[in-house]
Write a protein that binds this ligand. Structure first.
Ligand code: TYM
Length: 360
């Protein structure tokens, strides 16, 4: 059996880059963190830096719930033979990155049916016009809107239910989730208003800041690194081995100019800015410090240094993920316990929500 002890090797964000100012906490609600990752493909460096690193940090400071959002994953076609394995893989990534299931509640979304029940109530609170403005839906469907599932359209409503089912106050996410968090706040405010429940749901805060909030594709510095990019060369996957990482960094798109002396020199150089940002996020140094060290050098010098740093930081996580995934029963057991704890927190909040709506 694989023993599940948290790994200490995760780079903690230096204090000036920490996503949360503890003096900023709302007074009326118990501070509580909720976040989730979809089991819809290989986890990549953007997921790690934009979400997982923050998950690990926050668990030491607040009550945290981290979910594998499999209900969200099926808004787009998934192979049923792979979905359960991918759900375990995300959980393994959480633990390998340093999330401690004794501290944080870790569970699969579909094991807590209360998410769906609250999502239905919120479907009746959210307005069509609000969902029509969601840019992620437009990006995901392009000109094929008619062929998209209804679930994909109401995806952000389920996300609001995920968060508000626990009256979570803080949500660590990458920058791409900003609009969904604004919608969550709108739904909370409208529910509170419509049902005379002032302050019942908090207006949760997105914790986006941090050096890895927007990791870009290695092939195009203006597109975000994404699970759904057809080119595997565009991303570093958490399960990539050292050679693959080195090869992807070597082939990453760059420009011919040497690296500048100061951050201003990265303007209009999106690929260079992304690679320097990655070095900064992984090393814990500021962009200015990184540039000081590499100023005047070409990518021929910088890329191998970046690849070495990536391997140094990711290899222990990859190894641990593989070890954990070799014992799926252990992961299932932790997720089942997490779901039980999550349901205990969710039940009274859902019961009060239903009473306020007027259900018997
Ligand atoms: P998902 O699975 O697409 O992404 C998981 C997390 O990774 C972040 N992320 C990135 N961060 C930086 N750079 C990138 N290139 C990058 N790509 C992804 C995402 O912002 C996210 O934090 N809708 C969510 C899942 C979700 C959720 C929730 C999140 C469902 N319910 C409730 C928070 C709270 C999503 O798309 O995850």
């Amino acid at each position: 059996m694989v023993r599940l002890t948290p790994t200490p090797q995760v780079p903690l964000l230096p204090p000036h880059q920490r996503p949360l100012d503890m003096t900023d906490l709302p007074i009326a609600h118990v501070p509580r963190v909720f976040s989730g990752v979809q089991p819809s493909g290989a986890l990549h460096l953007g997921n790690y830096l934009g979400a997982l690193v923050k998950f690990v940090d926050l668990q030491h400071r607040m009550e945290c719930l981290y979910c594998v959002v499999d209900l969200h994953a099926i808004t787009q076609p998934q192979d049923p033979r792979l979905l359960a394995a991918q759900t375990r893989e995300i959980a393994a990534a959480y633990f390998a990155a340093g999330v401690d299931p004794e501290r944080a509640i870790v569970f699969a979304q579909s094991a807590v049916p209360e998410h769906v029940e609250l999502a239905w109530i919120f479907n009746c609170v959210a307005r069509l016009g609000w969902l029509d403005r969601m840019t992620q839906f437009k990006e995901k469907t392009g000109k094929n809107k008619e062929r998209a599932s209804v679930g994909l359209y109401t995806y952000p409503v389920l996300q609001a239910a995920d968060i508000l089912l626990y009256r979570a106050t803080h949500v660590p996410v990458g920058e791409d989730q900003k609009q969904h968090l604004e919608l969550t706040r709108d739904i909370a405010a409208k529910f509170n208003h419509d049902f005379g429940a002032d302050g019942f749901f908090p207006l949760p805060e997105a914790l986006i800041e941090g050096p890895g909030a927007r990791v870009m594709s290695l092939r195009d510095g203006r597109a975000k690194m994404s699970k759904s990019d057809p080119s595997d060369q565009s991303r570093i996957n958490l399960l990539d081995d050292a050679d693959t990482i080195a090869q992807k960094v070597r082939r990453a798109r760059t420009d011919p100019a040497p690296l500048p002396e100061a951050p201003e020199g990265l303007a209009e150089r999106p690929e260079a800015e992304n690679l320097i940002g990655l070095y900064s996020a992984l090393s814990g140094e500021s962009v200015a410090q990184v540039l000081k060290r590499f100023a005047g050098q070409g990518f021929g010098v910088f890329k191998p240094a970046l690849a070495d740093l990536m391997v140094e930081k990711l290899a222990p996580i990859t190894k641990r993920m593989r070890d954990l995934m070799s014992d799926p029963a252990e992961i299932d057991c932790i997720l089942a316990k997490g779901a039980e704890r999550a349901r205990e927190l969710a039940a009274p909040i859902l019961a009060e929500t239903k009473a306020r709506v007027g259900f018997l």
